[in-house]
Write a protein that binds this ligand. Structure first.
Ligand SMILES: Nc1nc2c(c(=O)[nH]1)N[C@H]1C(S)=C(S)[C@@H](COP(=O)(O)O)O[C@H]1N2
Ligand SMILES: [Mo]
Length: 398
């Protein structure tokens, strides 16, 4: 039963994770956090701009569901612990193959959960980059999972069918009997009397999972529910000002100063030619306002009302027709990661894609990217570059 829950849940976690990698658009210059991906990029596609909330849903599901499955995974490992240390390790070639796959399955699950949780908790303690490690780990785990499912699914279905769930839920500790010995040897040969009923185990694990959902979902749903997100590493309460919503990296933490962003700031617009624009020049262009979410890979998200110049208008100004133009946005930021991101022609030509100058009716605060930042519908948060210094438009290679 635990295995079947994990199979369903991890399938969704894996699919949303692979979608997240596609959302990063690693084929565009500078976006590839995993240059050595090789064949693993076979499924990449142009990440759409509609619906605007899609990445919010897929990445929220990835993170919340991952946390929710932690109690299930721990219970599953607990239930097979004696088998993990079986000796001799293999009695036949088939068994040797299965045990190697189990090593990759258990190790892979442990690695994926550990790196994912450390990353969303902002503990960057690993001596390697999260993005490639989590991607390679995913494929190793999925390959081992495929072997495991092929070998074990019939037994799992037989085991679930062998019991009437309603009757099981009515059986307390006194009526709980050990499993009869099984050919796989997962059942102890000489079990001690049970200390917990099966329904007790399910309630314990299910309760743990419910707790994980209730402590994490608030940061994806946002609004008043954000206060319930006790597992969120960022603040749980916003102020009431127009710029009072979650900040990922502050200007100070990246060494972005008033000098970089004050009166001397110019937007360098590169395309057929090269032009410099002041913030006043940008404010004099046609401005548009849209409510769009920021949805971070870490699972948190928040919708705000942005005002700015359409990227499509800036492409035209740069002399490249929108629809054929992709862009690389570079920040004034000199240290840290994520100081630049490239956007596809589809993203540039969406009328809701902005170089935002204002949010919720006020000028952007320095922490939210003043004087100008990118905001694109359905893009992962990391592509909404703050403190933009340069927009380089070029014809999409075809
Ligand atoms: N220059 C720059 N832009 C950046 C980042 C950064 O580190 N540097 N972080 C990105 C990430 S990961 C996210 S989720 C969003 C968050 O935007 P916010 O801090 O305004 O909420 O900004 C993006 N823009
Ligand atoms: Mo992010």
């Amino acid at each position: 039963m635990l295995g079947l829950v994990l199979l369903a849940g991890l399938t969704v976690v894996a699919l949303t994770g692979l979608l997240s990698y596609a959302a990063y658009d690693p084929r565009l210059p500078g976006n590839d956090t995993t240059p050595g991906k090789g064949l693993l990029g076979f499924y990449l596609f142009d990440w759409p701009t509609s619906p605007a909330w899609l990445y919010r849903v897929t990445q929220g599901a990835h993170v919340i569901l991952g946390l929710t499955l932690v109690p299930v995974l721990l219970a599953k490992l607990w239930s097979v612990i004696p088998k993990l240390f079986d000796w001799p390790p293999a009695r036949s070639l088939a068994q040797a193959v299965e045990r190697v796959s189990l090593l990759l399955l258990v190790g892979g699950a442990g690695f994926q959960f550990a790196t994912g949780i450390l990353n969303i908790q902002l503990f960057y303690v690993f001596p390697f980059s999260f993005y490639p490690a989590h991607l390679y780990g995913a494929w190793i785990f999925l390959a081992a999972l495929a072997v495991h499912v092929a070998v074990r699914l019939p037994a799992a279905i037989r085991a679930v069918r062998s019991r009437d769930p309603r009757r099981e839920l009515r059986t307390g500790l006194a009526g709980t009997r050990p499993e009869p010995p099984d050919p796989d040897g997962l059942v102890p040969v000489d079990p001690a009397p049970p200390t917990m009923s099966r329904r007790g185990l399910l309630a314990f694990v299910g309760g743990g999972s419910a707790l994980m959902i209730s402590l994490s979902a608030g940061q994806t749903l946002d609004g008043p529910l954000r206060r319930t997100a006790l597992l969120a590493p960022h603040g749980r309460e916003y102020g009431t000002g127009p710029n009072d919503f979650q900040v990922n990296k502050t200007a100070a933490s990246l060494g972005v100063t008033e000098a970089d962003t004050g009166d001397a700031w110019r937007l360098v617009l590169i395309g057929a030619g090269r032009a410099l624009l002041t913030r006043a020049d940008l404010l004099a262009l046609p401005l548009h306002t849209y409510a769009l979410p920021i949805a971070c890979v870490e699972g948190w998200s928040t919708e705000q009302v942005w005002t700015g110049v359409r990227l499509a208008d800036l492409a035209r100004l740069a002399g490249i027709p929108p629809g054929a133009a992709e862009v690389t946005a570079r920040s004034v930021q000199r240290v840290g990661y994520f100081g630049q991101a490239s956007l596809s022609a589809g993203q540039v030509s969406d009328p809701r894609s902005l170089l935002a100058l204002r949010v919720n009716g006020a000028d952007l605060s320095l922490d939210h990217g003043f004087p100008a930042r990118i905001i694109v519908p359905n893009a992962p948060g990391v592509h909404n570059t703050k403190w933009v210094r340069e927009l380089e438009f070029r014809r999409e290679p075809r």
